[in-house]
Each structure stands twice: as C-alpha cells, then as structure tokens.
Design a protein around this ligand. Structure first.
Ligand SMILES: [Zn+2]
Ligand SMILES: [Zn+2]
Length: 159
C-alpha cells in the first residue's frame, strides 16, 4: 500500500486568487483592506501550511516590521471569519493555521521536532466510506492524525 500514500501536495489555489477572495469578503463585511492586513494575509497564503501565530509573526516582520502581534491575531481571526483559514490543534499543542480550499489530506505529526507531514491515501479514504456504510451514517468530515518520529529525527537518533 506504500505506493498509495501521496505526500507531495502542491497548493490548490494561488496566493493571488486567495487575496482576491479575501478582498471580496472584506467588502461584503463593509471592511476596507489595510496595508498591514494585506501584508499578513499574503504572507499567510504564501507560506507552507500549519503555521502558528508566532511563526507567522516572525515571517510578517520580514516584510513589514511595523506589524504588531495583536494585529496578527486579529487578522487570523478575520481570515477565519471570512472562511479562509482552518484552525487546527494537534495533540493539544498551540493553534496552527492552514488555508481553506486545499484538497483533503491527513496529517503525521513528529513528536520529537513537531514537523507535520501531509499525506493522502486512497485506501484510507475508501475504508472510511466502508465504515460509514456499515454504520449507516453519512460522513461530513474526518480528522486523521498519526503521531511518531519523522525520518530526520529517526536518523539523528540512530533509529
Ligand atoms: Zn522530527
Ligand atoms: Zn494540513
């Protein structure tokens, strides 16, 4: 089954397209786009997935040193209200954010370094549908998280 696990996922939607959606949603809410909000949203959309607020803050600082942490937080909340981001809590850890609109995928989380590997496996998706059928239920979503030691940490520890 190893060959059915897909790890390399490309972003499904470009950062430009997401910025357009963001501006449209702000308009619907009677809000204006501001330079700081735009800088934060663009950095978020351009970064790899599962970023924490602190990581985003550090990245945004490189683009716009005037942005404060409170603005990062408010913008993340706004993006969530605009249905443009998901908030995830892996293993009770700090919140991590990921853009909405990616293809469905599951997560592996390294317990040593915190690295998150996204993957997709058709067999798992199929079996979930079999379970739903057996239970006579309709699935709306699922969350699958695998925990362990990633390849880098394994070789570092000589495992
Ligand atoms: Zn690791
Ligand atoms: Zn993900």
């Amino acid at each position: 089954m190893a060959g059915h696990t897909v790890v390399d996922r490309k972003p499904a939607v470009s950062a430009d397209a997401r910025m357009e959606t963001f501006h449209a949603r702000l308009k619907e809410r009677g809000l204006k786009s501001t330079g700081q909000r735009d800088d934060i949203a663009r950095v978020f959309f351009e970064l790899p997935h599962h970023i924490s607020a602190e990581e985003l803050y550090a990245e945004v600082k490189k683009v716009n040193p005037h942005v404060g942490y409170a603005t990062i937080y408010r913008t993340l909340r706004l993006l969530k209200e605009c249905a443009l981001l998901y908030e995830r809590h892996f293993d009770e850890g700090q919140a991590r954010y990921e853009a909405v609109g990616e293809r469905h995928h599951d997560h592996f989380i390294c317990e040593q370094c915190g690295r998150i590997i996204e993957f997709e496996n058709v067999a798992i998706e199929r079996i979930q549908n079999v379970i739903a059928r057996d239970l006579g239920v309709t699935l709306t979503r699922h969350k699958m998280e695998l925990y362990g030691t990633c390849p880098d940490c394994k070789s570092r520890r000589g495992l």
